[in-house]
Design a protein around this ligand. Structure first.
Ligand SMILES: [Zn+2]
Length: 138
Protein backbone atom coordinates (compact mmCIF):
# COMPACT_ATOMS: atom_id res chain seq x y z
CA UNK A 1 0.00 0.00 0.00
CA UNK A 2 1.27 3.51 -0.79
CA UNK A 3 1.76 6.03 2.00
CA UNK A 4 -0.69 8.87 1.35
CA UNK A 5 0.11 12.23 2.94
CA UNK A 6 -1.78 14.56 0.61
CA UNK A 7 -5.19 14.70 -1.03
CA UNK A 8 -4.75 17.22 -3.82
CA UNK A 9 -7.74 18.97 -5.39
CA UNK A 10 -7.73 20.22 -8.97
CA UNK A 11 -10.07 21.63 -11.56
CA UNK A 12 -10.08 20.76 -15.25
CA UNK A 13 -9.89 24.46 -16.28
CA UNK A 14 -13.01 24.12 -18.42
CA UNK A 15 -15.40 26.98 -19.18
CA UNK A 16 -18.68 26.68 -17.34
CA UNK A 17 -20.65 26.63 -20.60
CA UNK A 18 -18.62 23.69 -21.90
CA UNK A 19 -18.32 20.04 -20.98
CA UNK A 20 -15.13 18.14 -20.30
CA UNK A 21 -16.09 14.74 -18.98
CA UNK A 22 -13.87 12.20 -17.28
CA UNK A 23 -13.80 10.37 -20.60
CA UNK A 24 -12.58 13.54 -22.39
CA UNK A 25 -9.90 14.01 -19.75
CA UNK A 26 -8.76 10.39 -19.96
CA UNK A 27 -8.54 10.59 -23.75
CA UNK A 28 -6.41 13.76 -23.54
CA UNK A 29 -4.11 12.27 -20.93
CA UNK A 30 -3.69 9.05 -22.92
CA UNK A 31 -2.53 11.14 -25.88
CA UNK A 32 0.38 12.51 -23.80
CA UNK A 33 3.71 10.71 -23.96
CA UNK A 34 4.19 8.34 -21.03
CA UNK A 35 0.56 8.34 -19.86
CA UNK A 36 -1.10 4.93 -19.64
CA UNK A 37 -4.22 6.12 -17.79
CA UNK A 38 -5.98 9.30 -16.68
CA UNK A 39 -3.66 11.24 -14.34
CA UNK A 40 -6.22 11.68 -11.54
CA UNK A 41 -7.59 9.09 -9.15
CA UNK A 42 -11.06 10.63 -9.05
CA UNK A 43 -12.95 12.95 -11.38
CA UNK A 44 -16.15 14.75 -10.41
CA UNK A 45 -18.27 15.84 -13.37
CA UNK A 46 -20.50 18.92 -13.32
CA UNK A 47 -23.61 17.03 -12.27
CA UNK A 48 -21.74 15.54 -9.32
CA UNK A 49 -21.10 12.18 -10.96
CA UNK A 50 -18.02 10.56 -9.46
CA UNK A 51 -15.78 8.71 -11.90
CA UNK A 52 -12.96 6.57 -10.60
CA UNK A 53 -9.78 7.18 -12.54
CA UNK A 54 -6.39 5.70 -11.84
CA UNK A 55 -6.54 3.11 -9.03
CA UNK A 56 -5.55 4.68 -5.71
CA UNK A 57 -2.80 2.05 -5.29
CA UNK A 58 -1.12 3.46 -8.39
CA UNK A 59 0.90 6.68 -8.40
CA UNK A 60 -0.99 9.40 -10.23
CA UNK A 61 0.19 12.10 -12.62
CA UNK A 62 -1.35 15.40 -11.54
CA UNK A 63 1.03 17.39 -9.33
CA UNK A 64 4.73 17.69 -10.02
CA UNK A 65 6.96 16.46 -7.16
CA UNK A 66 3.96 15.28 -5.11
CA UNK A 67 2.50 12.37 -7.05
CA UNK A 68 4.17 9.58 -5.13
CA UNK A 69 2.40 10.18 -1.82
CA UNK A 70 -0.84 11.77 -2.96
CA UNK A 71 -4.32 11.17 -4.30
CA UNK A 72 -5.53 13.50 -7.05
CA UNK A 73 -9.13 14.63 -7.40
CA UNK A 74 -10.27 16.78 -10.32
CA UNK A 75 -13.53 18.73 -10.60
CA UNK A 76 -14.84 19.53 -14.05
CA UNK A 77 -14.90 23.33 -14.42
CA UNK A 78 -12.86 26.20 -13.02
CA UNK A 79 -13.40 28.89 -15.68
CA UNK A 80 -16.32 31.21 -16.29
CA UNK A 81 -17.91 31.48 -19.74
CA UNK A 82 -15.29 34.10 -20.72
CA UNK A 83 -12.41 31.81 -19.77
CA UNK A 84 -11.52 33.57 -16.52
CA UNK A 85 -10.65 31.59 -13.40
CA UNK A 86 -13.82 31.13 -11.37
CA UNK A 87 -15.39 28.99 -8.69
CA UNK A 88 -17.83 26.98 -10.78
CA UNK A 89 -18.59 24.22 -8.28
CA UNK A 90 -22.13 22.91 -8.56
CA UNK A 91 -24.19 21.68 -5.62
CA UNK A 92 -23.81 18.15 -6.92
CA UNK A 93 -20.05 18.48 -7.09
CA UNK A 94 -19.88 19.82 -3.53
CA UNK A 95 -21.94 16.91 -2.18
CA UNK A 96 -19.85 14.35 -4.05
CA UNK A 97 -16.58 15.97 -3.01
CA UNK A 98 -17.55 15.99 0.66
CA UNK A 99 -18.62 12.33 0.47
CA UNK A 100 -15.39 11.38 -1.24
CA UNK A 101 -13.21 13.33 1.19
CA UNK A 102 -15.00 11.71 4.14
CA UNK A 103 -14.24 8.28 2.71
CA UNK A 104 -10.61 9.11 1.90
CA UNK A 105 -10.00 10.68 5.31
CA UNK A 106 -11.39 7.51 6.84
CA UNK A 107 -8.93 5.41 4.82
CA UNK A 108 -6.02 7.89 5.19
CA UNK A 109 -6.64 9.84 8.40
CA UNK A 110 -3.26 11.58 8.30
CA UNK A 111 -3.57 12.88 4.74
CA UNK A 112 -3.84 16.65 4.41
CA UNK A 113 -6.37 18.16 1.99
CA UNK A 114 -4.65 20.75 -0.21
CA UNK A 115 -5.26 22.74 -3.38
CA UNK A 116 -2.94 22.18 -6.32
CA UNK A 117 -1.93 25.86 -6.27
CA UNK A 118 -0.81 25.55 -2.65
CA UNK A 119 1.91 23.16 -3.81
CA UNK A 120 3.24 24.11 -7.20
CA UNK A 121 0.83 25.47 -9.72
CA UNK A 122 1.29 28.91 -11.23
CA UNK A 123 -2.47 28.85 -11.88
CA UNK A 124 -5.06 29.18 -9.10
CA UNK A 125 -6.11 25.53 -9.59
CA UNK A 126 -8.75 24.43 -8.47
CA UNK A 127 -10.17 28.02 -8.45
CA UNK A 128 -11.81 27.68 -5.05
CA UNK A 129 -10.68 27.74 -1.46
CA UNK A 130 -10.08 24.22 -0.12
CA UNK A 131 -9.53 25.38 3.46
CA UNK A 132 -13.25 24.82 4.15
CA UNK A 133 -12.73 21.12 3.42
CA UNK A 134 -9.56 21.07 5.51
CA UNK A 135 -11.62 22.45 8.41
CA UNK A 136 -14.32 19.84 7.86
CA UNK A 137 -11.76 17.02 7.73
CA UNK A 138 -8.72 18.20 9.67
ZN1 LIG B 1 -4.30 21.29 -10.76
Amino acid sequence: MRTITLIIIHCSATRENQRYTAEDCKRDHLSRPGYKDIGYHFYIERDGKLVEGRPVEKIGAHCEYHNKHSIGICLEGGLDSQGRFADTRTGGQEITLIDLLAKLKNDYPHALIVAHHELNSDKPCPCFDVSEYRQLFP
